[in-house]
Ligand binder design. Structure first.
Ligand SMILES: [Fe+2]
Length: 313
């Protein structure tokens, strides 16, 4: 089709890609073309703005390395990752869900740890935290024998892989749910942390006057054949950034029920008050048990990273 004017372009392009044989890919590409062209028409995109947009997309790729994925960070910063998560979990968005973002810091092969043990593997400052997590199916029946990875940042806001001062696999563990579908472990209460702002994500945050912090959270990944692998995070309601997560990960359902204890813990003289406990029941949906591709494979060496903080304005 020869194009006569601006009005002809979308139809000409749609017609060519209607030849895609795979029906799902055909549907996706057609909608992409309609929305992309519609977007340019709606905002009357100028040539300079178009060149800037291409520059952003190129920079997303150029900033991405084995240890950092700027495209995922941008998707999170635009709320797109959470939208995809909520559209695809909780009975396709019909009910509350424990599903949440994987984030960039899951590692394969966390050390197997017995229920009740600690995941603090090198001296780590912070208040003691006791976590009690239960895993159930959608009918409320406990799921025994699920493998559950847990991981979180230190009180200083670093995952061990970022931080040469922490032992390998500090604040990480792999647990197996017992007959009641439970795991439990001891750790330290984590802190929130900044996301990197030296690429296009940083430029977007500065333009919007947003800060670059994620509120404190615990990560969980539960795996058992017959169930959709559950990737979750439990957030700390006391974190000052709980309402303004830079990655839009916080959902009401995943705000943790932390209990602060000001007395000594019975039978645990080494636990100093105040200490914290938290309980959460996770629901796993039926589906395919698949593990994601690990976003990182190793541990940093040398100095602790310096990730600047942006103040919200
Ligand atoms: Fe995280």
């Amino acid at each position: 089709m020869i194009i006569g004017s601006e009005k002809d372009v979308t139809d000409a392009v749609l017609k060519e890609y209607a030849r895609i044989k795979n029906p799902r890919l055909r549907e996706i590409i057609a909608a992409l073309i309609r929305h992309l062209h519609g977007f340019a028409r709606e905002v009357k995109l100028t040539e300079e703005e178009f060149q800037a947009a291409i520059g952003y997309i190129v920079a997303l790729g150029q900033r991405t390395t084995e240890a950092h994925n700027e495209a995922v960070l941008m998707s999170g910063s635009l709320g797109f990752s959470t939208l995809i998560c909520l559209l695809n979990n909780g009975n396709r968005g019909q009910t509350e869900t424990d599903a949440n973002l994987l984030g960039p810091f899951w590692r394969m092969n966390s050390p197997r740890t017995k229920n009740g043990d600690t995941i603090v593997r090198s001296p780590t400052p912070g208040a003691a935290l006791f976590v009690d997590a239960r895993f159930k199916d959608t009918a409320g029946k406990p799921i025994a024998g699920a493998e559950v990875d847990v991981w979180h940042s230190s009180t200083e806001g670093f995952y061990e892989n970022q931080d040469p001062i922490q032992a390998d696999m500090n604040l990480r563990g792999k647990f197996t749910t017992d007959a009641d579908g439970r795991i439990g472990f001891r750790s330290v209460k984590p802190a929130g942390y900044p996301i990197p702002i030296d690429g296009p994500v940083g430029a977007l945050l500065r333009a919007a006057g947003r800060h670059n912090m994620r509120p404190a959270h615990l990560h969980f990944l539960a795996y058992k054949p017959g169930f959709k692998t559950l990737i979750s995070q439990i957030y700390d309601p006391e974190d000052k950034n709980i309402e303004t997560d830079v990655q839009f990960g916080v959902t009401r359902h995943l705000i943790g029920h932390y209990v602060k204890h000001n007395q000594a813990r019975a039978g645990a003289p080494d636990v100093k008050a105040p200490w914290y406990s938290i309980e959460h029941t996770f629901v796993m949906e039926k589906g395919a048990a698949r593990l994601p591709k690990p976003p990182i494979t190793g541990k940093a060496e040398g100095e602790r990273p310096q990730i600047p903080h942006l103040e919200a304005v």
